[in-house]
Design a binder for this molecule. Sequence first.
Ligand SMILES: Cc1cc2nc3c(=O)[nH]c(=O)nc-3n(C[C@H](O)[C@H](O)[C@H](O)COP(=O)(O)OP(=O)(O)OC[C@H]3O[C@@H](n4cnc5c(N)ncnc54)[C@H](O)[C@@H]3O)c2cc1C
Length: 342
Amino acid sequence: MGLYEAITHYGARIDALVGHTRSGRRIMNTSYGTLDTKLHGLGIHRASLCHVLSKHLQSLPHQRLMGHTVATVDTAEDHTMVETEHQGASQSFRFDAILIANGSHSQLRPAAWTRFDQLYPWGAMWSMQPMVNAFAAPLLQQRYHHASQMAGILPTGSQPDKPGQPLASFFWSLPVSQMADWQHPDFDFSFWRQQALQLWPELETFLAPLSHQSQLLAATYRDVIMDCWGKNRLGVIGDAAHGMSPQLGQGANMALLDARAIGKAVATSDSWPAVWETYHRQRGPQIRFYQRMSRWLTPAFQSHSRLVSTGRDLFFPLMEQIPWLRLQMVKTVAGLKEGLVD
Ligand SMILES: Cc1cc2nc3c(=O)[nH]c(=O)nc-3n(C[C@H](O)[C@H](O)[C@H](O)COP(=O)(O)OP(=O)(O)OC[C@H]3O[C@@H](n4cnc5c(N)ncnc54)[C@H](O)[C@@H]3O)c2cc1C
């Protein structure tokens, strides 16, 4: 789309994912440069991404409805209908085709195409804060204590309306069953802060602006497996099509690759069935790989199992010592894998 320069202007370069246990033992160290010195990740604020896309769209003919909730989608042989709700009023729109792209909690994806749809038992509380020196390196950093405590910090670049203020996103792993307690007015935020500092003392300056639990938002994720991502004039894309746990940090990558695959399929196919056939063929193997891997890996980072976390602490550093396994690890977090050995 020719937006690389604009997007890297707002985003923060990420060279590696580095994870340590509470005692300081390094168990994750995957550097994109191992594959190619030009490769890197990009941490970016959603507002900046939307700003860049919005500016680009201005030059293209389109109509955009902001603040509308899509209530239903319906397909007929030669057209589709969308019903939206906006400020208490319903409206219907007719389109040639529909792409459902409303995230992993989608209520719009067809139930008949969905084989599995389950909430992960753990989620995360997260917050975007001004960057501090301790975390300014171009790294996604994580800190673990067994698998029951995990925190992470990702440099996230700046927002278009505050260009001089670099930000970082912070997350704290939490069982979904404890999220209601977190949001309760009696929640002991200072006790939580002590726990966080015990896990990761360097967080002190970063957490200083946070004084209340409402400054961290809850995020939950789903495991969604669909047998079909498109039929007739209706398609599903991104997390709506294949929600997964963010353990491998691939959800946004996969959504972008879906978009590219559909764009190419539309440009080269002469019918909707041909578009969906190409989309399934191109995206199926990679999506299946990442969904499986994130499903298998999640308990090693988000569970109460000491056995699994001990295995993680032994196995991950070992993987780093074996060149082939190390390469597979880097390719996995770079979003380049298509299967266990590809
Ligand atoms: C804690 C956490 C950390 C993550 N870390 C990473 C990472 O490091 N790297 C990475 O690549 N991915 C990461 N992800 C995953 C990533 O955020 C998602 O995969 C990505 O946002 C999916 O994009 P999407 O456009 O498909 O859906 P979303 O980003 O969920 O967008 C869906 C949009 O649809 C809107 N919407 C929902 N319902 C309706 C409706 N009925 N009508 C109108 N609009 C609607 C929503 O408001 C939202 O704006 C993380 C996720 C979480 C929760």
